[in-house]
Design a protein around this ligand. Structure first.
Ligand code: RIB
Ligand code: CA
Length: 315
């Protein structure tokens, strides 16, 4: 019998990664092969690889899913070094504190795990990339043609026709490894790119987050993460659901209206490093333009069992 299909999340937890992971766990009751979380692969980015791996293990453990394997990927981009983002996520990469995970990471590295699983279940695995695209680029280098075996690929990254969040031109994941981002986007892989223009359409204010209550085990963890994140800095007024929107779009094709584009990522001009550039209309990249915010927050309510959030009255 071929191994179960499902979803693999490549991630650099980070608070928004953690919420996306919790969404996937909530949407994947044990035994439901349709959305089974097959495993996580970790990459440096928000935090060093070791910390991203520990955070991924801690989230799985706290959510009661230490059975899900975590495979380590790249500690550095294809060129240079990661810049990290502790100020945004907290000094451990997650706001608040999660218990020390009991489970350890798997021995098999990320690229080999991805290659093995994609070859075993061609066309059946949803791959969601929530950090720098280094692991996907390494997969392409070491196992040519395997990334194309994914059933679907959804990436959080880029700032298509919208300002960046690291420089005026570049979004964090693409800025962290522009060569990897350009390699993946310029390949023949069909993918959905949830960029800043899309993810800025789904945010909650400090007041809205303070009103959240109840929920299942994953939902209560997500509320604690969000409320702890606002406590890190009294100047914060809203939380934008970058990675959770990418996860939502991977599970629901009606989450946003998309436009197909061919894109490149700037890898040479230091001032515009990591910029996502539209080469021409049409092509392999589907970029969400009009996000259905009511649908997104209704999904969060359904997955997490939250009270205190009315998707129809968010303004
Ligand atoms: O620009 C937002 C992205 O960078 C998110 O994936 C966030 O987790 C950080 O990695
Ligand atoms: Ca991330």
């Amino acid at each position: 019998m071929s191994p179960p299909a499902g979803i693999i999340i490549d991630t650099d937890p980070g608070i928004d990664d953690a919420i996306a992971i919790l969404m996937a766990l909530a949407g994947s009751p044990q035994g439901d092969l349709a959305h089974q979380v097959i495993g996580l692969t970790t990459v440096g980015g928000n935090v060093p690889l070791a910390r991203a791996t520990r955070n991924a293990l801690a989230v799985l453990d706290a959510a009661g899913r230490p059975d899900i394997p975590v495979h380590r990927g790249s500690s550095r981009p294809l060129a240079g070094r990661f810049g990290y983002s502790f100020a945004f996520h907290g000094n451990t990469g997650l706001p608040g504190r999660l218990p020390k995970p009991q489970a350890g990471h798997a021995n098999q590295r990320a690229a080999e795990f991805l290659a093995q699983r994609l070859r075993a279940s061609p066309g059946e695995i949803t791959l969601v990339a929530l950090g720098p695209l280094t692991n996907l680029a390494r997969l392409m280098q070491r196992h040519p043609g395997v990334l194309e075996l994914a059933g679907s690929v959804c990436v959080m990254g880029g700032a298509v026709n919208s300002p960046g969040n690291v420089t005026p031109h570049a979004e964090f994941n693409f800025y962290s490894d522009p060569m990897a981002a350009d390699m993946v986007l310029s390949s023949t892989v069909q993918l959905t790119l949830v960029d800043l223009g899309a993810s800025r359409q789904v945010a909650l204010s400090r007041r809205q987050v303070s009103a959240l209550k109840g929920g299942n085990r994953m939902g209560e963890m997500a509320i604690r993460l969000l409320q702890d994140w606002f406590r890190l800095d009294q100047g914060r007024d809203q939380f934008q659901f970058y990675d959770p929107l990418a996860l939502a779009a991977s599970m629901d094709s009606q989450m946003a209206g998309v436009r197909q584009m061919t894109l490149q990522v700037e890898t040479q001009d230091q001032e515009r490093l990591g910029e996502s550039k539209v080469v021409r209309p049409g092509g392999n990249v589907a970029v969400p333009e009009r996000v259905d915010g009511v649908r997104f927050f209704a999904m969060l309510n359904r997955l997490f069992g939250w009270d205190g959030l009315d998707p129809e009255n968010l303004l």
